[in-house]
Write a protein that binds this ligand. Structure first.
Ligand code: HEM
Length: 222
């Protein structure tokens, strides 16, 4: 049974399916992450956000396990994405030959590798910014405010969220289609759900750098 599963994962449809499943689970992570970040708006001194981060920390081994799962999800998704980029390059002597829209192609679907690579660069910066920083003195909320209200930091977060939005615009419906759920009667609904999710996630994440840049690091209700 394991060897059949292994053979499936090595096949091209197996790799596409794994990319779809990891991508969908990453969307769930992004929803949880952005909802958690919304606690920054719950008060004016970041106490609720810091309490939320402390609650996560208190989960101890459970948090560690979730983080390992997250590393695995990002790792598999990124590795398969890189592989697809390299395979497409080999199969396509002229890189821009088939960029012209045909059939269901959209700007978002044709730029998945570029937007994915930008989100990957963002992720590295982001992990260095918050996961590796020592915020024991100032608190996590103050660190977020400091990073996102600096012109360079705010711009990096804002622009990256635009790329994330374009990546997600195509991602959800593509993953659902890869996994074989594409009955014509609910395909339009899946398209709409995917696009609403993409816009909501990108706009909510982007709202933090926009507000902090606009107010010079002050929440408007301070
Ligand atoms: C304005 C946008 C964002 C802000 C303000 C933000 C803020 C944060 C903060 C404060 C942490 C540290 C949490 C902790 O240590 O408890 C964190 C962790 C993380 N963020 Fe973000 N984030 C943003 C967008 C994103 C996006 C778009 C992604 C994915 C593409 C992402 C992926 C991650 C990951 C993987 C972690 C590490 C999770 C962990 O190991 O606990 N973040 N983020």
């Amino acid at each position: 049974m394991f060897s059949r599963f292994g053979a499936f994962l090595r096949s091209s449809i197996g790799k596409k399916s794994l990319m779809a499943v990891t991508g969908l689970l990453l969307i769930l992570f992004l929803i949880a992450h952005v909802v958690g970040n919304l606690t920054l708006y719950a008060d004016s001194d970041g106490a609720k956000f810091n309490a939320y981060a402390a609650q996560l920390e208190a989960l101890g081994p459970v948090k560690l396990l979730a983080e390992l799962g997250l590393v695995l999800l990002f790792g598999v998704h990124i590795a398969l994405g890189m592989r697809a980029i390299l395979e497409n390059r080999e199969a396509r002597p002229s890189r821009y030959k088939d960029l012209a829209p045909k059939g269901n192609r959209t700007f978002a679907s044709m730029t998945m590798s570029i937007t994915g690579l930008v989100v990957l660069v963002f992720l590295v910066i982001h992990i260095i910014d918050f996961r590796m920083a020592d915020f024991s003195e100032q608190g996590l909320a103050a660190l977020v405010v400091e990073r996102l209200s600096s012109p360079v930091g705010g711009a990096i977060y804002f622009v990256s969220m635009a790329f994330l939005g374009v990546h997600l615009w195509h991602a959800f419906q593509s993953a659902i289609q890869t996994l074989g759920f594409r009955h014509p009667s609910y395909a339009p609904a899946i398209l709409v759900i995917g696009r609403v999710l993409a816009v909501a996630i990108a706009v909510l994440f982007a709202s933090f750098p926009v507000l902090l840049l606009a107010t010079g690091g002050q929440w408007p209700w301070n």
